[in-house]
Ligand binder design. Structure first.
Ligand SMILES: Cc1cc2nc3c(=O)[nH]c(=O)nc-3n(C[C@H](O)[C@H](O)[C@H](O)COP(=O)(O)O)c2cc1C
Length: 416
């Protein structure tokens, strides 16, 4: 479990987007290990802000522990929702809690991972509706995250179509196919005439999400997927209306937001970003300017929330155990709506960021995978199950739906 040193006064908004070296990233990737999750001693037992109510868009939440998008690659072969998935989300739904689905694909060619679910055909709606109904029955709310994976893809997943990006920039990432993790296929730059049909894909996905009964949708504008590659200048080298100055680079993401808002209304749309995140080998020459400008552009909508991944985490890995959260505090004065902070939080520093006012809710990713009753465990400061990284990406029920809720005997039976 990472320990955040909040006395580290060297960390401030000026050092917000300090880039990690590639060696930091590689050495972090190598140290894949099961981390121990023990609750730190805390005097914060009662009256936690984490467990105070908040209105998020149209939703009246009773606590601020958010289930963020977590791709687990257990959809049916036709990309529809599996029974296992319904069980997983139902287990993690809590009364008055807020959940966001794993990335959901708006088209076949937008897929980057086999086993990730889709919403690109009408027959996908029924499975999502069952899942949403089950989550609602437990009193929780749920948004669907929509993601075109862009250049993080492979022709085996896209019916042979070449992955797309704003520009061709060398990229050595991995995609998850029927053959496991394989190098991504080379990508091509999108023609400007193709962009309206991509926006339309998102709009159609949003319409299907509405039919499935979700409470809203989240634009995946993080972690180097398609929208993010347009936003950041390390991957956007276009010279047309969608590239160059930040005013142009936000154009595609804002067209996506427009499309989602046209279906749902702004107060049922959220946007996820990962300023200075390294997943997908994404980069920007001036992240403060890029993300600051984008956040301010988003203000004009009155969105449900901005979901901010801290740069101390790269996708599924903590890069910098000792680093305090910096992205939410940078964006707080710029973005006028609620902020969900994500990336490396435990109970104490979640409460800390809420008390400081730098965020309004906190997402817990890896900890939610192994603690279906995470809100209750955090509320009561109970021990946590360790997560099992080997079961993150695909598999069966093991380490997916077989984690017990807290009781004295289940803690003793914890397999970690
Ligand atoms: C297995 C796994 C799958 C993930 N899938 C997604 C995803 O589909 N969309 C997304 O925006 N983030 C995804 N993330 C990132 C998480 O939402 C979250 O930002 C990350 O785990 C850091 O939070 P944590 O430190 O609380 O785990 C994933 C993370 C994990 C561990």
């Amino acid at each position: 479990m990472q320990v955040n040193n909040h006395t580290d006064t060297a960390v401030n908004s000026a050092s917000l987007f300090t880039a990690c070296s590639i060696n930091d990233v590689l050495s972090s990737l190598k140290k894949i290990k099961i981390m121990e999750h023990k609750q730190k001693p805390s005097g914060l037992q009662d009256n936690l802000k984490l467990f105070s109510p908040i209105k998020l868009g149209r939703m009246n939440l009773t606590h601020r522990v958010v289930h963020p998008p977590l791709t687990r690659l257990r959809a049916n072969p036709d990309d529809s929702v599996s029974d296992m998935m319904i069980q997983y989300y139902t287990q993690r739904a809590s009364d008055g809690g807020f959940m966001i689905t794993e990335s959901v694909h708006p088209s076949i060619e937008s897929r980057g991972y086999i086993g990730a679910p889709g919403i690109y055909e009408d027959h996908h709606i029924a499975g999502w509706k069952k899942l949403v109904d089950a989550v609602h029955a437990k009193g929780a709310y749920i948004f669907m995250q929509i993601s075109h994976d862009g250049r993080q893809s492979h022709v085996d997943l896209s019916n042979g179509k070449t992955p797309v990006a704003p520009s061709v920039v060398p990229f050595e990432g991995l995609s998850f196919t029927a053959n496991g993790w394989v190098p991504v296929s080379p990508h091509r730059a999108l023609d400007i005439n193709e962009i309206p049909s991509l926006v339309e894909q998102y709009r159609q996905a949003a319409i299907r999400g509405l039919a499935a009964g979700f409470d809203g949708v989240e634009l995946h504008n993080a972690n180097g997927y398609l929208a993010d590659t347009f936003l950041q200048d390390g991957t956007n080298k276009r010279t047309d209306a969608y590239g160059g100055a930040i005013e142009n680079r936000v154009k595609f993401p804002l067209e996506l937001v427009d499309a989602l808002v046209s279906v749902w209304g702004a107060d049922r749309v959220g946007v996820r970003i990962s300023p200075s995140g390294k997943w997908g080998t994404i980069s920007d020459s001036d992240p403060e300017a890029t993300f600051g400008y984008y956040a301010q552009q988003l203000n004009k909508y009155g969105l449900a929330y901005l979901h901010v991944i801290e740069p101390r985490v790269m996708g599924t890995e903590t890069l910098d155990e000792g680093r305090a959260p910096v992205a939410s505090s940078f964006l707080r004065p710029l973005f006028k709506g609620p902020i969900i902070a994500a990336g490396g939080f435990d109970r104490n520093d979640a409460e800390d960021i809420l008390q400081k006012g730098d965020a309004d809710l906190v997402a817990f990713g890896r900890l939610f995978t192994s603690n279906p009753d995470l809100p209750e465990r955090l509320r009561e400061n109970l021990p946590l199950h360790d997560y099992h990284r080997e079961a993150f990406w695909g598999g069966d029920e093991q380490y997916y739906t077989d984690f017990a809720v807290y009781s004295e005997d289940t803690v003793a039976a914890d397999r970690t």
